[in-house]
Ligand binder design. Sequence first.
Ligand SMILES: [Zn+2]
Length: 320
Amino acid sequence: MRALVAILALGLVACSAQPEAEAQSTESEVIRVGEFQVVTKDQLGNELSDAYTDEELSVMLDSRPEELDCHGIAKQGGLVVCQTTPNARVEVGRSENDTYTQTADKNGIIIVGFDRDEPAAFVRVGDARVDFDITPREYDTSRIDGLPKNMVSEYTAEELKKIRAASALKKVGFASKVEDIGFEDGFIYPVTEHIKTTNFGAQRILNGDPKRPHFGVDLAAPKGTPILAPADGIVSLASEEMYFEGSLIMIDHGQGLISYYLHNEDVMVADGQRVVQGQQIGTVGSRGRSTGPHLCWRLKWRGRNLDPELLTAWPAKDAQ
Ligand SMILES: [Zn+2]
């Protein structure tokens, strides 16, 4: 509140040379500036361009109180969307010794995702800080036996070459950071009728050996079942040359929130293509390391593995 008063004072200083009546009407507009943290300098300029010079507007914007408001799913595998000052430098951390800095977009929006085993998290902009109470989740154990050895542990030189080529492609796909956020209303299921066979985060045991956890949600459906984009986005990878995945589609839903689709029979999109929620992107298959037709649906945000299914229950805007 103190900072708001400071803005008001600045506004008064800026209009001090103007007649009394005019100063009062611009004064109320200045208060609105303090309340609407989402306005950009451009929008503000249009609204108040008659009242202030660019320089005065810029001084007001720079001295606005730091605002930080997050809503979403603060859970392991979940994510929140935070609203702050446009282009603000936002510190995201697990502890004071483990932080990194990100920049909010031009509307002050920033996504923060929580890994499968995220222990704690906070977001900080200037003096404003939001701490998330991350409750540990319990994960299933998933055993698959009888997989061919060349899909689990032993690879020929030729196979290793294919594995390396595929992981180079994946790196490119995951590096995508589309600016527009395409999931404001959450996700729909990419396969409408399915039987879920594996939950996110299950501890995998392949042919008796513990492996990395399974980061996807497996949705079993007949071969050829349409796969739909769960939300708007840009395809950051569409490849049929993947060793383990068989074929792989990645969609960047904004700020590097990337959902991806494994083992597809058909790939119906191309790199760089814009897709909208509900648009068909491929069909269910069983290519690569797979034991039957299903979609392995995954979600990543800046190296963290998120649970895509959580986003089908994305909270409504007014239920924060
Ligand atoms: Zn899977």
